[in-house]
Design a protein around this ligand. Structure first.
Ligand code: FAD
Ligand code: SF4
Length: 476
């Protein structure tokens, strides 16, 4: 795209032409081109509207949110092939840009649909559901593994097996490199397994992909904390990628934080899934309890949904933000996500089961009460006048025997980066390549949430693919 809004300032100007009396006297071109600078100015007027917005994936400065598909999926082409019933071709077109549509077709919040032109005047195309159908059909037909790399190929070690690590492993294998994935959890998958709950993504879907990757020669080493194994990994590999996610949680520093029964959301969600996979009772259980979830994001929604499934007596979600309006301000900058009141699946379920949307808007958590174990959460209302203020005289306690802190993530574990010789400045530079290797020591890269901070599955996959491109260009 050219310069934003340039078409408002620069007028169209075509090339000049030689005077006709002169031009007809020979066979030379009659056009008199503009200078390079004049032509560049003309090019700046382009609005890129010939390319569908849905596949434009990027963060617009004014919006500060992902708009369009981060993987740049060839959405209109895929949709057209699907419409014509050419399922194999549609799937093949889809995986040109997205190796794992079985994940995104289930969990992606579909920023592509927010950017769908049809959505301006009507409801957007069901891009996300289309993707899922194509991947389901492809798996039904049967998936073929990649050809394993020869034992002489360069070895890339990947730390972390979330969507970024899996995308790196798949793409590097496809390009003929050997791949070993170190994962500190007991199963590969990262947040696809131990974050996103099974009702959004069945763990069987992750397992069958990992099995296909194993059949492609990818070596998964689980229960392996790479921070402890850094020197061995650096010595044995040609390149190392830190794709370890951004799992350091944001805490609340308030009275009573040390009480039993107060947990980080991810510890809870991970335990719920672990217990399911191991066929046992979860060690953190909401059954019969009043549950308070602190934080209004998607992780909070997953906590609400899991607590309901465990048989919570009540669920309350405490949210600092103000309740958004029911309808959209039509002057909002398109295609920014609309800030309107919506329910996630957990809130919808809570309302149906317990009679109310669980969210307490404009409310802060100011402390926990209890002796040894949490018994109540102290809350206070907030007012906004451009800034946030606690409202005097609105303090109260709500009963809680289980509290889940879902206030987002601070980033990657610094100790891992230190163990691989990456200083703070290199990490913060935000590039894929963090340290170029030398004789006997691998180059170190970062990808996914570990590089960018908490994002989306599709964004993490896209970053894994971009990092794999860089590695293959240097090391293959
Ligand atoms: C609860 C929750 C729900 C979400 N739901 C959605 C959703 O519905 N849709 C969506 O698009 N996005 C969702 N996200 C965001 C999405 O899951 C992440 O952006 C994505 O998984 C990031 O991928 P990643 O590969 O970079 O990191 P991760 O998925 O975090 O994987 C990192 C892996 O590295 C491993 N690791 C860390 N340290 C080490 C170490 N020292 N040694 C070895 N291994 C290590 C971890 O165990 C983990 O397996 C959700 C996030 C959360 C927390
Ligand atoms: S990966 Fe997500 S954003 Fe991209 S096309 Fe699929 S649903 Fe849309």
């Amino acid at each position: 795209m050219g310069r934003t809004g340039a078409y408002l300032q620069v007028e169209r100007r075509e090339h000049d032409v030689r005077p006709a009396c002169e031009a007809v006297a020979d066979y030379d071109e009659f056009a008199l081109p503009l200078s390079a600078d004049e032509q560049r100015e003309q090019a700046s007027r382009c609005m890129n509207c010939g390319v569908a917005f849905c596949q434009s994936g990027g963060i617009f400065d004014d919006i500060a949110a992902m708009v369009g598909c981060p993987l740049h999926n060839l959405v209109p082409e895929v949709n057209d092939l699907l419409y014509r019933g050419r399922f194999d071709e549609a799937y093949d077109r889809l995986i040109l840009t997205n190796p794992f549509p079985e994940f995104t077709g289930r969990v992606c919040p579909a920023p592509c649909e927010l950017a769908c032109n049809l959505g301006l005047h009507d409801d957007a195309v069901t891009i996300h559901d289309n993707e899922r159908l194509l991947s389901d059909l492809a798996w039904e037909r049967g998936m073929q593994p990649l050809a394993p790399a020869p034992s002489t190929a360069p070895l890339v070690s990947i730390v972390g097996s979330g969507p970024a690590g899996l995308a790196l492993a798949w793409e590097l294998t496809r390009r003929g490199m050997r791949v070993r994935v170190y994962e500190k959890d007991e199963r590969p998958g990262g947040l696809l397994v131990y974050g996103i709950p099974s009702m959004k993504l069945s763990k069987q879907i992750v397992r069958r992909r990992v099995e296909l990757m194993e059949r492609s020669g990818i070596d998964f080493v689980c229960n392996a904390d790479a921070t402890q194994l850094a020197s061995q990994i650096l010595a044995e590999s040609d390149a190392v990628v830190l794709a370890a996610g951004a799992g350091v949680p944001r805490d609340v520093a308030i009275e009573g934080r040390e009480l039993a029964g107060v947990h980080f959301a991810l510890a809870y969600l991970g335990e719920v899934t672990r217990a399911q996979l191991e066929g046992r009772e979860a060690a953190i259980d909401a059954a019969g309890k009043d549950v308070v979830v602190i934080g209004g994001g998607d992780t909070g929604v997953d906590c609400v949904a899991c607590a309901l499934r465990q048989g919570a007596r009540s669920v309350t979600q405490v949210i600092r933000a103000q309740r958004p309006p029911a309808s959209c301000d039509t002057h909002e900058l398109w295609p920014a996500p609309r800030k309107v009141y919506e329910q996630g699946y957990g809130q919808r379920e809570a309302e149906e089961l317990l009679g109310d949307d669980p969210r307490l808007w404009s409310t802060d958590t100011i402390g926990f009460a209890g002796s040894g174990h949490v018994e109540a959460v102290r809350i206070q209302e907030l007012s906004y006048d451009g800034e946030r203020h606690l409202v005097e005289g609105t303090q109260r306690e709500i009963p809680a025997q289980l509290v889940l802190i879902a206030k987002g993530f601070l980033g990657a574990e610094p100790a891992l980066f230190e163990a691989f010789g990456v200083g703070e400045a290199e990490h913060e530079a935000n590039a894929h390549l963090l340290c170029a290797g030398d004789e006997g020591r691998a180059a170190v890269y970062a990808a996914g949430d570990a590089r960018m901070g908490a994002t989306l599955v599709a964004t993490a996959i896209a970053d894994g693919l971009a990092c794999a491109n860089e590695i293959a260009a240097t090391h293959a």
